[in-house]
Design a protein around this ligand. Sequence first.
Ligand SMILES: NC(=O)c1ccc[n+]([C@@H]2O[C@H](COP(=O)([O-])OP(=O)(O)OC[C@H]3O[C@@H](n4cnc5c(N)ncnc54)[C@H](OP(=O)(O)O)[C@@H]3O)[C@@H](O)[C@H]2O)c1
Length: 284
Amino acid sequence: MYQSVLVTGASSGIGEATALHLAHKGFRVYAAARSADKLKGLAGLGGGSIHPVSLDVTDEASIAQALSEINAKGETLFGLINNAGISVMGPLEQLTSDEWRRQYETNVFGLVNMCAAVLPQMRGAGRGRIINIGSVAGRIAAPFQGAYASSKHAVEGLSDSLRREVEPHGIKVTVVRPGFINTPFGHQEQEGLDRFVGEGQPYSDQVQIFKSWHAKGHPTAPPPSVVAEAVHKALTAERPHARYAVPNEAIGFLALRNFLPAGIVDKIFERVNGLDAFRKRKNG
Ligand SMILES: NC(=O)c1ccc[n+]([C@@H]2O[C@H](COP(=O)([O-])OP(=O)(O)OC[C@H]3O[C@@H](n4cnc5c(N)ncnc54)[C@H](OP(=O)(O)O)[C@@H]3O)[C@@H](O)[C@H]2O)c1
């Protein structure tokens, strides 16, 4: 028998690839994005197993409406894939408080809203899986990424807590942590950094160097299907791990954070990003 899952942020990138992969693996997929119109093409590729849903994770009324539409079809969700996310990039001191809030509204409060909304039906059924799409940035934070990285650190913490709360109810919680993945996300991050480069911008040189490094990461990165496979594993494994990191390079990167002192990781980061050149220039 099929099982139903809801994937947020399915109009693009990782969410789109995940919806498609799960449909091909036999799940009934409710694919959500703020505009269901954007999901028509995806629905056409799903062989009748992908159902578009309008859902803004920052709007509790929109979440309630989407879930009532799904439940009205007699469905109880087996899985929730919290994938919708945005990245607000820039120096901490220059981001406005509204920008910080926007980052948290989607990546943290939106995800919490989604979990809270589906948990009653999962508890009622005595089973369910929640897969939260975190990031390598949820463990190791690059410069100019404070808003995004801290939001993904929050996802790690709340997922640990939730996992321990709901496991006795038959519900398993997993974080999937992608490294660089080739989606439109990287381009949006690049654009977000633009306004911090130029005459009079206090971090201009550093941001420019960081941007050049970052620009190489996404286009050469693995496709979003690698994340979709990890999500499928988390949905179907009898005992899913608390975390999956993809691709393999991401595991190596996370090991730095786990095993080396912060001062050494800072130096490695500086070298990898090319920001050591900025330090040398500044110090003469
Ligand atoms: N790409 C990477 O390198 C990478 C690495 C680590 C982690 N991640 C994480 O992976 C997830 C997906 O990223 P991606 O690379 O696939 O990005 P993407 O291509 O930009 O897709 C983001 C998706 O999120 C949706 N979204 C944004 N705000 C939303 C809201 N308020 N309500 C509902 N949906 C919303 C967008 O849908 P609409 O705008 O159409 O509503 C879109 O479908 C994010 O959580 C991101 O942090 C990505």
